[in-house]
Design a protein around this ligand. Structure first.
Ligand SMILES: NC(=O)C1=CN([C@@H]2O[C@H](COP(=O)(O)OP(=O)(O)OC[C@H]3O[C@@H](n4cnc5c(N)ncnc54)[C@H](OP(=O)(O)O)[C@@H]3O)[C@@H](O)[C@H]2O)C=CC1
Ligand SMILES: O=C(CO)COP(=O)(O)O
Length: 336
């Protein structure tokens, strides 16, 4: 299908990431309407011309506005970027379903799996929005605060229609921002979901006071888990070795801006799960994905020992130090 350059876009979720992406698109000249579920949050944003709660000190340009009127936002553009946390992804699409038609293209930046089913988000989208055949996902090593400040960033855009990927890449790309085209929707979304669980593992290791060797062992053996599952369910290995795979894995396992890594640090230092998540006060997707990855791994018939230990620490009260001992005492085997 021929697609014109994207001139306007509706963005759903005025949290850190939805706002940062909306800023990037607006600075590139698109008309952007940002939706949030909370009318109070929307009022504050429109009054202050910034998202003081999630990204303080970053002014909104005039072509970025905010609304809590879902019907008006959905009617604003034929392009829809969903950036709500994964546990409300299906509900968001259900609410959008009566408002969208086949002319609408849906892109998401959410990283995670569906909580109860372990489904990938493109599967949820196909179930909830069968009338929207064109869809895609954006992902990569992209901390919201850095994107909001205009710092150099690269990411991957995968879509089931090449012209859509091309137009979304153009919409985001600028002197400070480089987006790459991909056709591997599954690989891009899987990389983004799995790295969050592994970032919790890296944080736990650092929280326990283990060193650089342990952290990088987790990154590398974590990548082996991502590759094993990804290749088994049909992702392209190159995608998992790219920005949305190993790139994002390294970023979130090694930098304290990551909320998933910070959850791990807190657990390793002896904090409880609920307290640690409350202290962070934002989406910590890995805590949810740790629950659903087990289902996907079981379905695919692959072993994911690090992800499994994270699950047991979070939900079966396994002491972090014992989890590490168990990982180190597994049967010796070939690396690949
Ligand atoms: N932050 C980052 O650097 C990056 C985040 N991501 C991904 O983006 C997704 C969103 O994360 P992020 O923006 O960081 O999270 P935040 O915690 O910063 O914001 C969450 C957003 O979701 C909204 N929300 C909460 N509940 C609902 C609901 N029931 N219906 C609709 N909206 C709801 C919140 O609204 P309210 O504030 O009004 O409660 C808020 O706008 C996650 O999947 C994350 O992994 C991906 C790349 C980078
Ligand atoms: O996905 C992210 C960066 O690419 C953000 O990571 P956290 O959700 O761990 O903060």
């Amino acid at each position: 299908m021929m697609r014109q350059r994207i001139q306007s876009i509706a963005v759903y979720g005025a949290g850190s990431w939805g706002t940062a992406l909306a800023l990037q698109l607006a600075r590139n000249g698109l008309d952007v309407l940002l939706w949030d579920i909370s009318p109070e949050h929307v009022d504050n944003i429109n009054r202050q011309h910034e998202n003081a709660h999630y990204l303080p000190g970053i002014p909104f340009p005039d072509n970025l506005r905010c609304s809590s009127d879902l019907q008006a936002v959905a009617a604003f553009s034929d392009y829809h970027l969903v950036v709500v946390p994964s546990h409300v992804f299906r509900g968001m699409l259900k609410n959008l379903a009566p408002l969208l038609t086949e002319k609408d293209a849906v892109i998401w930046a959410t990283k995670g799996l569906e909580l109860d089913t372990g489904k990938l988000l493109h599967q949820v989208l196909e179930e909830e929005l069968p009338q929207c055949p064109a869809y895609g996902v954006v992902s990569g090593p992209t901390f919201a605060a850095e994107v909001a400040r205009g710092l150099p960033t690269a990411m991957t855009v995968a879509a089931n229609e090449p012209a859509l990927a091309q137009r979304v890449v153009e919409a985001f790309s600028a002197a400070n921002y480089r987006a790459y085209i991909s056709a591997d929707v599954m690989g891009v979304e899987l990389g983004g979901a799995l790295k969050n669980v592994l970032a919790i593992a890296a944080g736990i290791s650092d929280g326990l006071g283990f060193g650089a060797n342990a952290r990088v062992a987790i990154v590398t053996r974590g990548l082996a888990e991502i590759m094993r599952l990804g290749v088994k369910i049909g992702a392209q290995p190159e995608t998992l070795m790219g920005l949305a795979g190993v790139g994002d894995l390294i970023l979130t396992c090694t930098d304290d801006q990551s909320r998933n890594r910070r959850l791990g640090l807190a657990l390793g230092q002896g904090k409880g799960l609920d307290e640690a998540i409350a202290d962070i006060g934002q989406a910590v997707e890995g805590a949810k994905s740790a629950l659903s990855i087990g289902k996907l791994a079981e379905y695919a018939g692959v072993e994911m020992p690090i992800c499994q230990q994270v699950y047991r620490i979070l939900y079966e009260q396994l002491p972090p130090r014992q989890a590490v001992d168990e990982l180190l005492s597994r049967d010796l085997k070939a690396e690949f």
